[in-house]
Ligand binder design. Structure first.
Ligand code: ADP
Length: 164
């Protein structure tokens, strides 16, 4: 049984993430998408909401499981019985950070390797941050996130605005 984890914030899941999920799920028996519960960051969506969105957009991929986690990715991978961690690489700007993380993780647990998939070109400049930025000005995000996520982003933003 070959298992991998794909950890990230996914706040919210984008078409770039989904592309990495689809492609990496083809390489393994089971792919576990780990949704990071990071108390240091204030996300747009709660971890439960991010898990739900991911479950919804991956429901047609049978070997993908979505799981919330906190703490270190290597520990999460070990707990899940995964052999490797999947990460996506976009532009060169991702490279230094990702390399640093991968090296650190390998020192912490040499049994778990990190595998990088390069982004499909159309998503090379896409990030969850960009999506939130565009949406905050009422821009069209339908080319960036799955259709079901579009409404949820605007809904959530309106909700937060009303609370202020
Ligand atoms: P993190 O906070 O861990 O960077 P993200 O949710 O932003 O979490 O990203 C999770 C992973 O997905 C990272 O490896 C990131 O490089 C990758 N990723 C993000 N956006 C894209 C994209 N458009 N194409 C390919 N990989 C991406």
């Amino acid at each position: 049984m070959r298992r991998a984890v794909y950890p990230g914030s996914f706040d919210p899941v984008t078409l770039g993430h989904l592309d990495i999920i689809r492609r990496s799920s083809d390489l393994v028996d089971e792919l576990i998408v780990g949704v990071l519960n990071n108390s240091a960051k204030t996300p747009l969506f709660s971890v439960e909401e991010r898990v739900k969105l991911l479950m919804d957009v991956t429901k047609d991929i049978s070997n993908v499981r979505i799981q919330a986690f906190s703490g270190l990715s290597v520990n999460f991978a070990k707990e899940m019985g995964a052999e490797f961690i999947v990460r996506g690489l976009r532009a060169i700007t991702d490279f230094e950070y990702e390399l640093q993380m991968a090296q650190t993780n390998r020192i912490m647990n040499p049994e778990i390797d990190t595998v990088f998939l390069t982004t499909s070109l159309e998503y090379a400049y896409l990030s969850s941050t960009t999506v939130k930025e565009v949406a905050s000005y009422g821009g069209d995000i339908s080319k960036f996130v799955p259709a079901t996520v579009v409404d949820q982003v605007f809904h959530k933003m309106a909700e937060k605005k009303n609370k202020k």
